[in-house]
Design a protein around this ligand. Structure first.
Ligand SMILES: C[S@@+](CC[C@H](N)C(=O)[O-])C[C@H]1O[C@@H](n2cnc3c(N)ncnc32)[C@H](O)[C@@H]1O
Length: 311
């Protein structure tokens, strides 16, 4: 089968699209040699696959469509991606600092691929969730999610975005606000919970270093986050290197991770370096897995992805 590469993936992975696409494919479907084919403006990855996997292939972050190869003919296959909720639930809002939607889907796919087979209804936490791209994707996958974000404005922005979205799509839903602990003017511990159909998410305003205090009595299969990049986003202690904050977060993240759970992080590999990140997590009993997908975004950012599991 030839997997048509979505041109939008170039906006996420730039000139490294093929490398990232291959890494994602192999994480989900196992190692195999993938061939790159170009027809006019269309780019494809050619893979050997069982037909029963085609709907799953369409969930790869870079795939726009699938073609069967018959001699020199490419025959489009009539399969469509299956997600909950409308596409613009994830893609609709644009704001400064939003994590690319395709990259976010890749993080989720890679996380799911590392979970034990047959894990039912995995739960997800994004401990530095911004305005929620990871949680919104989780909901499109039919999963429930929680997020923690230090920026008090995030909750209000998310609330406004969801209000518009539910109105536009006449979507039945429930929205609830409250506080973890005592209500306060600073908004610490404030949360917004959004439920639609079977799934929901909750975003909590607070510091990820206190994640296990903000979220008690729940453990997650997946902890997925796009870390602050240092250049664009400052961390809570206003340093450019997120490693010092991360070092203080790990103990709580570890407490919140189930025994077979998986942590997937996107980070700017200039700061912190991959080796520093690994050392920091391994000092806390979390072991780095082999997945890597570095892609150059700009002079100052080469984004990479790293996966950790309990030792
Ligand atoms: C790269 S952004 C995530 C963007 C998000 N994925 C989205 O699409 O909206 C990283 C986020 O981490 C948050 N952050 C940094 N340090 C934090 C901390 N200690 N606790 C909670 N959030 C933190 C920043 O405020 C920023 O919103």
């Amino acid at each position: 089968f030839a997997l048509l590469i979505n041109p939008q993936a170039n906006g996420a992975y730039f000139k490294d699209t093929l490398l990232v696409a291959s890494a994602e494919f192999q994480a989900v479907f196992g190692e195999q040699t993938l061939e790159h084919r170009v027809i006019g403006n269309l780019q494809f990855l050619v893979a050997s696959l069982d037909e029963s996997l085609l709907t799953q292939v369409l969930r790869l972050s870079f795939v726009l469509g699938v073609f069967e190869i018959d001699g020199d003919q490419f025959i489009p296959i009539d399969v469509a991606s299956k997600y909950n909720l409308h596409e613009d639930f994830v893609f609709g809002s644009k704001y400064r600092g939003k994590t690319n939607e395709h990259l976010t889907q890749l993080l989720l796919n890679v996380g799911l691929s590392y979970l034990p087979k047959g894990t039912e209804q995995p739960t997800l936490l994004d401990p530095m969730c911004g305005r929620g791209t990871t949680m919104l994707w989780a909901m499109r996958y039919g999963l429930s999610a929680k997020g923690i974000e230090q920026d008090v404005k995030a909750i209000e922005d998310l609330r406004q975005g969801l209000k518009k979205w539910t109105k536009l799509h006449r979507q039945r839903h429930k929205m609830m606000e409250g506080f973890i602990g005592k209500a306060n003017k600073k908004g610490l511990g404030k949360f917004l919970e959004f439920t639609v159909e079977e799934q929901n998410f909750r975003i909590i305003n607070g510091d990820s270093r206190e994640a296990a205090t903000l979220i008690k009595s729940e453990k997650f299969d997946l902890i997925i986050s796009d870390l602050p990049y240092g250049v664009q986003h400052f961390t809570t202690d206003k340093t450019r290197n997120p490693i010092s904050v991360l070092a203080e977060c790990i103990a709580d993240w570890k407490k919140l991770l189930k025994k077979d759970g998986v942590i997937v992080l996107a980070f700017n590999s200039y700061i912190p370096k991959r080796t520093d990140l690994i050392e920091c997590f391994e000092n806390n009993g979390l072991i780095a897995q082999s997945f890597t997908a570095p892609h150059r975004m700009s002079e100052s950012i080469v984004r990479d992805i790293i996966v950790f599991k309990h030792a």
